[in-house]
Ligand binder design. Structure first.
Ligand SMILES: Nc1ncnc2c1ncn2[C@@H]1O[C@H](COP(=O)(O)OP(=O)(O)O)[C@@H](O)[C@H]1O
Ligand SMILES: Cc1ncc(COP(=O)(O)O)c(N)n1
Length: 268
């Protein structure tokens, strides 16, 4: 049996709903061997972010080298990369590995706490986004990347196109989680626009949805799936993770990473 491996480079969430912890759980659920490089350690929970400590650049690079020189990943994703220096420290290594790379441009947590400072946003456009096989911004992140207001699905389509044609990513998914009317995501890949529809779950438990979605896509790309197939499986995975809510925490709780396994069972 072929063993597929996936690497996440991201920040942490001790409550397990977002960041590296959500990515590793998702890789495991998709039967891909998960590995992680930690960029920042956060004290956060379902109510917000309490403290952030960035790892030294040489430690980030050393973690990455430990992985790359021993167990090559079949796909890589980045999440919270908080400073321009961290982005620059990753560029050479990401350029050198010839596997799919998913860039989730994490800027602000659902709680509203900033996970990246203002001047990092420009660096993200110039360093990581052009290297990406798929960029997966939510609506505010996409607005920031291409400096345009996004209100309608047509705006989401325009943004996805610009991220590919102007910023140089191979494909882009604009996630619709910030909308209140529906949860349609827009994928632009191979010069083709696809809409990914899903029922909207009325819940406040949406902590780590973006991390989980992009990790599921990464896992499928690690198995050799096409961009279109991987995004479609990722969308089904996150939809179930949201709808089979766990109701954990006193604030905005995590998703259910084993939700897709419950499909067809009583309770849905
Ligand atoms: N209430 C919801 N019901 C169903 N799907 C949702 C809901 N909220 C977000 N999603 C989906 O979750 C995924 C992550 O989107 P989003 O929450 O916008 O990302 P982020 O965590 O980066 O802000 C997308 O596929 C989005 O459509
Ligand atoms: C380390 C880390 N990375 C990413 C997010 C964003 O998660 P979300 O916006 O989906 O709550 C987070 N809260 N923490």
């Amino acid at each position: 049996m072929a063993i597929h491996t996936a690497l996440t480079i991201a920040g942490t969430d001790p409550t397990g709903g977002a960041g590296v912890q959500a990515d590793l759980k998702t890789f495991q659920e998709r039967e891909v061997f998960g590995m992680s490089v930690i960029t920042s350690v956060l004290a956060q929970n379902t109510t917000g972010v309490q403290m952030i400590n960035h790892m030294p650049l040489d430690l980030i690079q050393a973690q990455l080298d430990s992985v790359l020189t021993d167990i090559p990943p079949s796909a890589v994703k980045t999440g919270m990369i908080a400073t321009p220096e961290m982005m620059e420290a990753l560029v050479d290594r990401l350029q050198a590995i010839d596997v799919p790379y998913i860039c989730d441009p994490v800027m602000i947590a659902k709680s509203g706490d900033p996970l990246m400072d203002e001047h990092s946003r420009k660096s993200l456009r110039e360093t990581l986004v052009p290297l990406a096989t798929i960029v997966t911004p939510n609506i505010p992140e996409a607005s920031d990347l291409i400096e345009m207001k996004i209100e309608t699905v047509a705006d989401m389509e325009k943004a996805a196109k610009l991220i590919v044609n102007e910023l140089g990513a191979k494909a882009a998914v604009i996630k619709g989680g910030y909308r209140t009317d529906h949860s349609t995501d827009v994928l632009f890949s191979n010069q083709t626009m696809t809409h990914l529809h899903a029922d909207r779950t009325n819940t406040k438990h949406l902590h780590g949805t973006g991390c989980t979605f992009s990790a599921a896509i990464t896992a499928e790309l690690a198995k050799g799936k096409s961009i279109e197939e991987a995004v479609s499986i990722g969308k089904a995975f996150i939809t179930d993770a949201i709808s089979y809510t766990l109701n954990l925490g006193s604030g905005n709780g995590p998703t259910n990473h084993w939700g897709f396994r419950l499909k067809g069972l009583p309770g849905k």
